[in-house]
Design a protein around this ligand. Structure first.
Ligand code: LLP
Length: 415
């Protein structure tokens, strides 16, 4: 459920008319709904019930400071993958003590920075990383809280680019080799073993792969306990899918409950790392139709947003719904490809969409709150777009549109 709905023929973001937002802030424009973010976050938080738990929002999905701040105010934790993301969390008022640090390539500098801010846990992805963390913590005179990301070899059944739990993926360590690594970690002076972590992929539309992965993780937890290594948390990663088209993913409540039930009675803290499930349907990308064009019998709507603003359709052939901001009855429905101005055939936001539109109309690309702005770039020297958050009938510009001068900020001519 989200808060982007039609009132009459006009699309609203909560109580703000999207047409008015476009007038005020221009297009292309990302619009986020605070009520939707909070609703989704609470769904995860409440489903775990009495079980000790922490929702660590995956910052990569949308790292705008206002987005992070909304969650920080709820008491959220955060899943980060870089120094930059941790710096954002701190700048947004997030609590570093509720931060887990994921990712396969943490640098010594990033590790030192995270240690200095007292993060909750490092999710270690290799034996070499364990050595590095132990070394950096030793130099800092600290003990690093660690967890190992294990690879349960479960097929998440999602797009190959975002499936991470199989043997052939670069992520995690094999679950068979994990006990030996935990034993080794227990001998190191500067690490403190806290938990276990697994993340099998993104946009999963079934609960079963999560539960299969968790079963394997629980066997590991028991094996470690027998060997005298007691874990204080299980981090089940993120990955819950959303409805872009006709997918029917489990509701966050259903997903989080199923997981919490498996863990209940174990006296262990449960960590979730949801990104998309909180943010995707909390955002839209608003774009204006510049031209309608027909080549032979193919119809194109050329819009002012492009693959640099929203990469998912081009990169993953992802389908995101595209709807008119003002529905009109005075034009026929025509099958359009919605394309941007970038000089690449792969620059499209959607193909074969039935729409009744005219040049100058506004369109909204739905489900654009996650992996939208964060994956945007300046390709074709296009300034990154503005972001707005609505809260009831109020809107706030949470990121200014980049200026042309900012495009070459930090660039230098030869002497
Ligand atoms: N935790 C870890 C360790 C992750 O790698 C990810 C996402 C998450 C949590 C959050 O997963 P989520 O709940 O959002 O599925 N750019 C792609 C998605 C890449 C996901 C990468 N990892 C897309 O636009 O579909």
């Amino acid at each position: 459920m989200d808060y982007f709905n039609y009132q009459g023929d006009s699309l609203y973001a909560e109580a703000c008319a999207v047409t008015e937002l476009a007038k005020q802030y221009q297009t292309p424009l990302y619009v986020y709904s605070r009520a939707t973010i909070e609703r989704h976050w609470h769904a995860f938080d409440q489903a775990a019930g009495e079980l000790p738990h922490l929702v660590c929002y995956a910052v990569k999905a949308n790292s705008n400071l206002a987005v992070l701040n909304v969650m920080a105010r709820l008491g959220s934790g955060f899943d980060i993958v870089s120094k930059g993301e941790l710096a954002r969390v701190i700048a947004a008022g997030g609590d570093p003590a509720k931060v887990v640090f994921s990712g396969v390539g943490k640098t010594s500098d990033e590790i030192a920075y995270a240690l200095s801010h007292g993060i909750y846990c490092f999710n270690i992805e290799s034996a070499a990383e364990l050595e590095r963390i132990n070394h950096v913590a030793g130099k800092a005179g600290k003990k690093a809280p660690v967890s190992f990301r294990v690879n349960p070899d479960v097929d998440a059944g999602t797009h190959p680019y975002i499936s991470t739990g199989l043997k052939e993926n670069k992520f995690g360590i094999s679950i068979e080799e994990a006990p030996a690594l935990y034993q080794h970690a227990a001998t190191l002076a500067n690490v403190d073993i806290k938990g276990v972590d697994c993340h099998i992929g993104s946009q999963l539309t079934e609960v079963q792969p999560f539960l299969d992965a968790l079963d394997r993780v629980l066997v590991l937890v028991d094996t470690l306990a027998e060997q005298g290594i007691k874990l204080s948390h299980i981090d089940v990663g993120g990955g819950l899918g959303v409805c872009y088209n006709d997918e029917q993913p489990p509701h966050p409540n259903e997903y989080a409950k199923a997981i919490a039930e498996k863990i209940a009675g174990r006296n262990i803290t449960l960590i979730y790392e949801p990104g998309r499930a909180i943010m995707a349907n909390a955002g839209i990308l608003v774009t204006e139709v510049e031209f309608l064009k027909t080549n032979q019998d193919k119809h194109f709507a050329i819009v002012d947003a492009a693959m640099n603003d929203l990469l998912r359709p081009s990169l993953y052939q992802a389908w995101q719904n595209i709807i008119p901001v003002e529905q009109r009855q005075d034009e026929p429905n025509i099958n359009y490809d919605i394309v941007g101005p970038i000089c690449e055939t792969g620059d499209f936001l959607g193909k074969d969409r039935e729409l009744a539109i005219k040049a100058g109309d506004l369109l909204a690309v739905r489900s654009a709150g996650a992996y939208g702005f964060t994956m945007s770039s300046n390709y074709n020297s296009r300034p990154r777009v503005a972001e707005v958050m609505v809260d009831g009938d109020t809107s706030t510009l949470v990121r200014e549109r980049e200026t042309i001068e900012q495009l070459w900020q930090g660039e230098h001519l030869l002497p």
